[in-house]
Design a protein around this ligand. Structure first.
Ligand code: PEP
Length: 220
C-alpha cells in the first residue's frame, strides 16, 4: 500500500512529527529540504519536462534530485484546471522525471460534468493514452468532483475506475479524493486500490497517521 500526502500550497505539519510513518509526503517546494532532512520519503508536487532552461518559475528533475527528493506528482487536476496543464505536458513531465530517475505519481480523473455525461471511461483512456508503463510510475485516480469536496467516490466507483486504468497501463493505482480516516479502510480494501493520495487529511498528523495505519491493516 502506498500512502502519499499532498500538502498543496499549505505549510503542512512538522516533518519530524511524521518520522516513522510508512508514507510519502509531497510538500510545497519551500519545504522539500525540511522533509528530506527529517528522513521522509519526499516528492515534489510538479516537475518540468526539460532538465534546464529559460523556464521561470519551474523546477527540473535534476534540481529535485540534488535536494534528495525521490519523486514527483504530475498532472494533478489543480494543475490541469488552473495552470493549463494538458495531457501532452503531463506526458513530457512524466517522461523527463522517469528518465532522470525520479518516481512519478501521475494523476488522472474526470470532472463531475464528464461523469454525468457518461464520459469517465473516455476521459481516463485519453489521459492515459500519453503515458507508458515504467517500473517507477504509479497512477492516481482522482475524480475531480471528489477532491477537497468531502464527496468521495464509492468503493465500487473507485474499483471500477481502477480496473479500467489497470487494463490500460500496468501500474499501481492510488485513489484520491477526500480520503479521511473514516473512509480509508473501505476504499483501500478494494482489490484494485493500491493506496491513497491524500490532500486535506494529510495536513493533520493524527488523521494522516490514522490513514497510514488503516493501510497497514489491509492484507497484501
Ligand atoms: C489531492 O490533493 O490530491 C486530494 C485528493 O485532496 P483531498 O484529499 O483534500 O480531496
Amino acid at each position: 500500500m502506498i500512502i502519499a500526502g499532498n500538502w498543496k500550497m499549505f505549510r503542512g505539519p512538522d516533518p519530524h512529527a511524521l518520522v516513522g510513518l510508512d508514507a510519502i509526503v509531497c510538500p510545497p517546494y519551500t519545504r522539500l529540504r525540511d522533509c528530506v532532512e527529517a528522513g521522509l520519503t519526499t516528492y515534489a508536487q510538479n516537475v518540468h519536462w526539460e532538465p534546464e532552461g529559460a523556464y521561470t518559475g519551474e523546477i527540473s528533475a535534476p534540481m529535485l534530485l540534488e535536494l534528495g527528493v525521490t519523486g514527483s506528482l504530475v498532472g494533478h487536476s489543480e494543475r490541469r484546471q488552473y495552470f493549463g496543464e494538458t495531457d501532452e505536458t503531463v506526458a513530457g513531465r512524466t517522461r523527463a522525471a522517469l528518465e532522470a530517475g525520479l518516481n512519478v505519481i501521475a494523476c488522472v480523473g474526470e470532472t463531475l460534468e464528464e461523469r454525468e455525461r457518461g464520459e469517465t471511461d473516455d476521459v481516463l483512456r485519453r489521459q492515459l493514452s500519453v503515458l507508458e508503463p515504467h517500473p517507477n510510475l504509479v497512477l492516481a485516480y482522482e475524480p475531480v468532483w471528489a477532491i477537497g469536496t468531502g464527496r468521495t467516490a464509492t468503493p465500487e466507483m473507485a474499483q471500477e475506475a481502477h480496473e479500467l486504468i489497470k487494463s490500460l497501463i500496468d501500474a499501481p493505482v492510488l485513489y484520491g479524493g477526500s480520503v479521511k480516516p473514516d473512509n480509508a479502510a473501505t476504499l483501500l480494501a478494494q482489490p484494485a486500490v493500491d493506496g491513497a493520495l491524500v490532500g486535506g487529511a494529510s495536513l493533520d498528523v493524527d488523521s494522516f497517521t490514522a490513514i497510514c495505519q488503516a493501510a497497514a491493516r489491509i492484507p497484501s
